[in-house]
Design a protein around this ligand. Structure first.
Ligand code: FAD
Length: 398
């Protein structure tokens, strides 16, 4: 009885272990993670942790499950799906009955000739990245953020709050893939109000350096942005090589079905690294909620329990005093949108429809709308537009 081996000790790996025990699974559980730290939360790394509002002791993921063998600082280098063993660096073999791959994503890096080895150029994915970035930020005067995605903008907000001069260089429009134009516009104006400058529709051509230390970024139209610190926030890539080399099917992440099962027997993949079946198509999501749901679903299946249905996706981002919460997926955008303000006028929500179907709700400082939207979407209910638009109706009455 070898039990379950989990590769990756992040949000999804940790949750798989706790969910297995919560489901009454009593076989051995081994979590093998290559980072030195015990499982921790990443979201604060670009928010309160960088602002030094919380310390590393507040990052640890809670709910440590009993009798789980946690091997930190250990890297899995191969999986043999026929022999049912994983091989660790140094050659240790760990046999399994069930294997859960929870290897997450890694920050996408610029090609070598652009940024290779320059001091002052950072990515942000791990606690080690965050600590290096914080040290660099302490001495920096001007910051270039390459990429206007969530991590880039959250970091821009932190750097601006700490009084640094910040410029965001973005190839398209900020948050283009993730939010509606209205939300991009709102967040842009909040950043502008905090002194952040934007170069949208600009592509980076090169960095200038002095003795290997970055001093500026130059865009393809020749615009020069002085910067002694650069954060490259150009997205993340699924860590799927282990699976691919083991012959497990991979296509933009590790391909899994609704239960988290890969193409190999008794091998599951969960979290950021997994590409799952979704409404007749496929999807890979990078969010805490997805990591937790997939972990719980795989754990339930391994423990012989019913797998709960997948709830509507949700996500959040904090920038300055703005909390953005999104329920559902915009999925290329809807064809109509209803705006609703909160009763006290401090927040609002955008309800995006395609035909009569509610696709997604973007809530800005409006947790009530966000929670209502999730509740409705989880039940497959699309409220009529005129009801949502009626602000004399309380949000709970929708
Ligand atoms: P990870 O947490 O990345 O864990 C994977 C682990 O596997 C890593 O520790 C990795 O080192 C390890 N690993 C990989 N390969 C091996 C190997 N061969 N052997 C052993 N170990 C291995 N999501 C939100 O919903 N809201 C937010 O506000 C938000 N903010 C974020 C801010 C930042 C800065 C970052 C980086 C992410 C943020 N996210 C946010 C995304 C969220 O953190 C991820 O979706 C979540 O961590 C995914 O969990 P995971 O377990 O799939 O992957």
């Amino acid at each position: 009885n070898h039990g379950t081996v989990i590769v990756g000790g992040g949000q999804a790996g940790h949750t798989t272990a706790t969910a297995l025990r919560a489901a009454g699974y009593d076989a051995p559980i081994t979590v093998i993670g290559d980072e030195p730290a015990v499982p921790y939360q990443r979201p604060p790394l670009s928010k309160r942790y960088l602002l030094r509002e919380i310390g590393p002791e507040h990052l640890a993921l809670g709910g440590r499950a009993p009798e789980v063998e946690l091997r930190t600082g250990e890297r899995v280098t191969a999986i043999d799906v026929d022999a049912r063993v994983v091989v660790c660096e140094g050659g240790t073999k760990v046999p399994y009955d069930n294997l859960v791959i929870a290897t997450g994503t890694r920050a996408r890096r610029l090609p070598e000739p652009l940024a290779g080895g320059l001091t002052g150029v950072h990515v942000l994915r791990t606690l080690a990245d965050a600590d290096a970035l914080a040290a660099s930020l302490a001495d920096a005067k001007s910051v270039l953020v390459l990429g206007g995605g969530f991590i880039g903008l959250e970091f821009a907000a932190v750097a601006a709050r700490l009084g640094r001069k910040v410029t965001v260089v973005e190839r398209g429009r900020i948050l283009q893939r993730a939010v509606s134009e209205q939300v991009s516009e709102h967040l842009r104006s909040v950043h502008l109000g905090n002194g952040v400058e934007f170069l949208e529709g600009h592509e980076l051509e090169r960095f200038d350096d002095v003795d290997g230390r970055v001093v500026a970024g130059v865009t393809t139209d020749g615009t020069r942005v002085d910067a002694d610190l650069v954060l490259v926030g150009i997205g993340a890539e699924p860590v799927a090589e282990l699976a691919a080399e083991a012959g497990v099917r991979v296509d933009n992440g590790i391909t899994v079905d609704e239960l988290g099962r890969t193409s190999a027997p008794d091998v599951y993949a969960v979290g950021d690294c997994a590409n799952f079946a979704w409404r007749g198509g496929r999807l890979r999501l990078e969010s805490v909620q997805n990591a937790e749901y997939m972990a719980k679903a795989a754990a339930a299946h391994i423990a012989g329990r019913d797998v709960p249905p997948r709830p509507a996706p949700w996500f959040w981002s904090d920038q300055y005093d703005v909390k953005l919460q999104i329920a559902g997926l915009l999925d290329g955008g809807g064809d109509s949108v209803v705006t609703r303000r909160t009763e006290d006028g401090s927040g609002f929500s955008l309800w995006h429809y395609r035909g009569d179907e509610l696709l997604a709700v973007e809530a800005l400082n409006d947790p009530g709308s966000f929670l209502t939207a999730r509740r409705l979407m989880d039940r497959g209910i699309s409220p009529a537009r005129h009801i949502v638009a009626n602000e004399s109706l309380g949000i709970r009455d929708i």
